[in-house]
Design a binder for this molecule. Structure first.
Ligand code: ADP
Ligand code: ASP
Ligand code: MG
Length: 412
């Protein structure tokens, strides 16, 4: 029988009633003749609570225990979903990651899925089971330890299962009815898209649109998974939601497809570092060794052989970056006057494959920011996106102004 993957996010399984509603959706697909793999998240808020407990117990925690703890929320919802389906007379059982097994790397808290053998679950389908409920977000390392895939990782579990089982489709059920031109919680005029290209969704996700985890989009693109995002709160047709698909499958699209933002950014500036070959390598090697994910980088012009180097990183990595730079200064590896951390910034980006062939998007973006009196602290561009770092207090304003200026409320 054809296989369908259905993923339910945290808000869609937040209460027993919602699990029941989700189970009914699953029942509809089973009745159509699909064998269904259901991927569940933890109940909404649960993973945050577990992460909080870890931090409270041990600020410099052992990442293997972090994973053992934070993966547990999904175990509960997987069991509850299986029970709910059984109550509806749908043959179902739950699977934790290690039971499938979902084989991952050992990079705890940010593991990557390497392989999902499909024989165990296929075997159960062969024996009359109709639904395999799999705990999302988790896997098992080569050392036999529980791993997690990074926040939002259940999306990636879902797409990886769709690829491994050659599923007809991967449906991501969430609390919005599709992918919008920007987060509808920030911009009332955000418009739901019927389709969006993989490349655009990949950029939007990596620039902060948390509706899909970046890695899930990457996998869907690589394995040509038919990926759809839709609401778990409404009755659904086969056409509902937003389809993430190849560029060629979209007839008309705006030059700018969407606006993304990321609140938790910090801008770090090293004042007066020696401007000589190898200095950037030293700085960014030290940061990378300390586990700091550097995003934007700007080197200012130098004066008398000294320059300022600016980079951005997530706010929760500022302490680590400061420690790494302080150590490099003490050991004499890197000589600088001062490290200034600005933790009140946000990144706003416009994304669209149309930018490949249209000029003037950057100019327009900068004009909009200027008209709103918003200062641009750092700018980076790539073929299909432009990002700026601004004061966090202007983030919503910037998103709304850009959405208006690029007329994203109107279809192409
Ligand atoms: P789930 O728990 O189902 O995984 P998430 O909270 O991870 O749900 O993702 C859904 C949320 O993503 C929405 O509630 C919305 O606020 C946010 N979001 C951000 N950008 C977008 C966008 N472009 N389109 C739709 N939702 C977006
Ligand atoms: N429960 C995990 C999280 O909150 C994974 C997910 O929901 O996708 O990050
Ligand atoms: Mg999510």
């Amino acid at each position: 029988m054809p296989v369908l993957v259905m993923k339910f996010g945290g808000t869609s399984v937040a209460t027993l009633d919602r699990i029941k509603r989700a189970a009914k959706r699953v029942g509809v697909e089973v009745a159509k003749g699909y064998d269904v793999i259901v991927i569940v998240s933890a109940m909404s808020g649960k993973t945050n609570e577990l992460v909080g407990w870890v931090n409270e117990t041990s600020p410099m925690y052992d990442a293997r225990e972090y994973d053992a703890i934070v993966s547990s929320g999904e175990n509960v919802t997987a069991g509850l979903m299986a029970l709910t389906l059984q109550e509806m007379d749908v043959p179902a059982r739950s699977w934790q990651g290690w039971q499938v097994p979902v084989k991952t790397t050992s990079a705890h808290a940010a593991a990557r899925i390497e392989e999902i053998p499909n024989d165990n679950i296929m075997g159960s389908f062969g024996n009359g089971m109709r639904v395999a409920v799999v705990a999302g977000f988790q896997g098992v390392s080569p050392e036999g330890r529980i791993t997690t895939l990074g926040r939002g990782g259940s999306d990636t579990t879902a797409v990886a299962f769709a690829a491994a089982f050659d599923a007809e489709r991967c449906d991501i059920y969430t609390d919005v009815d599709g992918i919008y031109t920007t987060d509808p919680r920030v911009c009332k005029k955000a418009r739901k898209l019927d389709r969006i290209a993989f490349e655009e969704m990949l950029e939007l996700a990596s620039l902060g649109a948390k509706v899909l985890q970046t890695r899930s989009v990457e996998l869907a693109m690589r394995y040509k998974v038919k990926l759809r995002v839709l609401s778990s709160f409404e009755e659904q047709s086969d056409e509902a939601g937003t389809l993430v698909c190849a560029e060629e499958e979209i007839m008309e699209s705006n030059v700018v497809a969407g606006v993304a933002f990321s609140r938790d950014e910090a801008k770090m500036t090293l004042i007066s570092v020696a401007d000589r070959p190898g200095i950037a390598a030293l700085i960014f090697t030290a940061l990378s060794d300390a586990g700091v994910n550097v995003d934007m980088i700007v080197q200012n012009i130098s004066e008398e052989g000294r320059t300022d180097m600016t980079f951005s990183c997530p706010t929760d990595q500022v302490a680590r970056a400061e420690a790494a730079m302080a150590e490099a200064k003490t050991t004499g590896t890197i000589n600088f006057a001062e490290l200034i951390a600005d933790t009140e910034v946000a990144k706003v980006s416009v994304v669209g494959i149309g930018m490949r062939s249209h000029t003037g998007v950057a100019a327009k973006m900068f004009q909009v920011m200027s008209a709103e009196g918003i200062n641009l602290k750092v700018i980076t561009t790539s073929e299909i996106k432009i990002s700026v770092l601004i004061d966090r207090k202007y983030m919503e304003l910037a998103v709304q102004a850009l959405h208006d200026a690029f007329e994203l409320d109107k279809a192409a």
